[in-house]
Write a protein that binds this ligand. Sequence first.
Ligand code: NAD
Length: 428
Amino acid sequence: MASSTNAFEMAQAQFDHVAELLNLDPQVREFLRWPLREYHFRVPIRMDDGTIRVFEGFRVQHNDARGPHKGGLRFHAAETADTVRALAMWMTWKCAVADIPLGGGKGGVIVDPSTLSVSEKERLVRGYMKQIWKNIGPRNDVPAPDVGTTPQMMGWMMDEYSTLCGEYTPGVITGKPVGGGGSLGRTEATGYGVVYHIREAMKHLKLDSSQCSAAIQGFGNVAQYAAIGFIELLKGKVVCVSYWDREDRAPYTVSKEDGIDPHFLMSITDQYGSVDKEKAKKAGYVIEDAEAWISKDVDVLIPAALEGQINAETVQKISDQVKIIAEGANGPTTPDADAVLKTRNIFVIPDFLCNAGGVTTSYFESVQNDMNFYWTREEVLEKLDTKMTQAFKSVLDMSEKEKVCMRDAAYMVSIARVVKAMQLRGWI
Ligand code: NAD
């Protein structure tokens, strides 16, 4: 597989590898290697000081054979068209593996949102929608929050789209605030989804979850609810989490060998994700270096922070006790580390299967918007559990049938589903 650091070339190389395993027709391969459509545009904004700034925006629609394009909007200073293309392609596979009737898409604006005031952000978000509204919609392409964007921004976008269309259209975007068209259960959906997958992996490996421990990298949205779920749903023990310390501008691991209390740690974490180290130490926690999480003697590792964290160097630190790696983050394992994990027989739940709980609950949000009838949190989580359990089973079955790892199996399941939908629609 290519060792390129260009995200889109990496996404294409991963696809090519599985297309080969599936013996996919060369024309179909070429078709799926590229997005169906791309929109590149400029968004002029009047800044608070009266000057005009023009931002570059994108929306990439990779494939909609199975349903409307679906994927987040990133506001990031280092955004590139290729990153957005790669992420749009990965969304196609993620929606297909979760078996939700949606395709893949992604959008972005080249901007550091922390440099904008609240009203500048609102104008940028509304300006983005003015450029793209004719090319998206509940039956066509449904964006969502991602890096640098928030539920409030989704609320403004939904309002702008509704104004431009002349009718209230909550289904144009997901990740909206609860009370403004959002779904209960969305906050915990990705972390809980990770835990449902771990539960199924433990059943398969015949492990007793109440006797198992986990180490988690990150303490943001995914990590917090993965920790709560691991302790409350699986009755296991979490020995550490890690986070980026805003004051020290450095990452740390926060450990407690007899088990952390995620609710306590959340109560001493500020709105930017920094844990109060002094309060943690007083409560018996140990503050260790950033990489301490990966060398813990635990049964499960949950990388839930950043990409590329399990790489050729860090993979050597993983304890012999580790049996499962549940990839909560997107792209936490590099291909060379992945090869080492295979030789060590560690069961890896690949990212686009493991963290599909978020997009699945976004789909539930669209369904509720369509019906204008909203489910309870319990109903949402029960439906999420069913979907994640089915997705895990279909990937495990493929992995056993084709004697491939779970990552290749997940790609095989999703690519086969997309190809089948294209055939049924008469595209190929
Ligand atoms: P977040 O911003 O809420 O949390 C990220 C966490 O990582 C924070 O606790 C931060 O302090 C920590 N962190 C940052 N740099 C670190 C470092 N060097 N070492 C250790 N910790 C560090 O983000 P999130 O929403 O929890 O997303 C985490 C990952 O999961 C990302 O890869 C994201 O793409 C992926 N993901 C998220 C969702 C979702 O619904 N939130 C869905 C699918 C995938």
